[in-house]
Design a protein around this ligand. Sequence first.
Ligand code: PGA
Length: 252
Amino acid sequence: MSKRQSLVAGNWKMNGSLESIGQLVAAISQGVSEGTEAEVLLCPPYVYVAELAGLLEKTDIRLGAQNVSHLESGAYTGEVAPSMLKDFACEYVIVGHSERRMLYSENDVRVAEKFIAVQANGMIPILCIGELLEERESNCTEEVIARQLDAVIELAGIMAFKAAVIAYEPVWAIGTGKTATPEQAQEVHEFIRLRLARHDHETAEGVRILYGGSVKADNAKQLFELADIDGGLIGGASLVADDFLTICHSVR
Ligand code: PGA
């Protein structure tokens, strides 16, 4: 039996309105209050963080953000500092999501800087890593994962992973309806844990590694049953309360 508590995180991406998120949170918090083994986290767009902080206050659901600046303050138009997220009770921040890496040119070093900034402000980074389809097809998956992971270990140190979460998200599975098979996912999750264990065994055993990429109500259970999968980072299905709740209830 694993000692790691499962985490199910909803990443709403750039979706929702003030009205729709109110309804979504009401339905999700009702379902979660009826009991779940998982720790449940919601990551709304920045502008709704304050609203959610209020809505989630009397629930067991945690609040997170989808991105953050690596800097503390200053003339950086359009950016949001980690301390601002902390002000609104955010406990987690996603860093290095593949959409940030690909569409906004965030490289491994920038992602590592964000990871450090999140921790420096007393929050937990959820570090996303994952390979592109062509990288998988040319057998480079482990090389890519190792590079993305090593960049953070190098800058933040292995002990930083005692207060961090990792999300393995194969880019070809995100928003495509094409989920990694449980075997493919478990193989990479185990690789990630072994890579960390080269530096510190205990840290590697303790860190939660989520799977993300087309997790749905009907495939979550098979994924969450695997030894090194400690929950999920959920995009599309987190926008539908019933689906998200089914996923939360699928943890071992
Ligand atoms: P998806 O997104 O569940 O819609 O594939 C997952 C993610 O991008 O975190």
